[in-house]
Ligand binder design. Sequence first.
Ligand SMILES: [Fe+2]
Ligand SMILES: [Fe+2]
Length: 117
Amino acid sequence: MPRTALSIFKSCSEKVTLFPTQRLFKAIADVEQHPSQAVAYAHLKSVMGKHFRFEEDMMKEAQFADLATHKGIHEDFEATLRASQVPISSEKVTGAKQWLVDHIKLVDFKYKGKLHG
Ligand SMILES: [Fe+2]
Ligand SMILES: [Fe+2]
């Protein structure tokens, strides 16, 4: 049986569950509660990066045509996060949350049931 994109995603599902979107939202909520804590902000950047890299690895394995564009979107957001330092304003927290919601709904949506279970 040929390895379809779906079967590759399924075989990688264990990886993605290490950094599911709930963990990303939890990390944002922690920054919201502790905007001055550098450790909370570093954790947010770390789990975001790990989630994105897993997602990109799966897309690469499945040879998705728009991987480069998708990777660019992730990297732009990571650059935005890196440009900020604690204390993180509530506007920035709201912006990050909104970015993530929009990204999942509008961009990752194409892989619904594959990337995010
Ligand atoms: Fe994602
Ligand atoms: Fe994504």
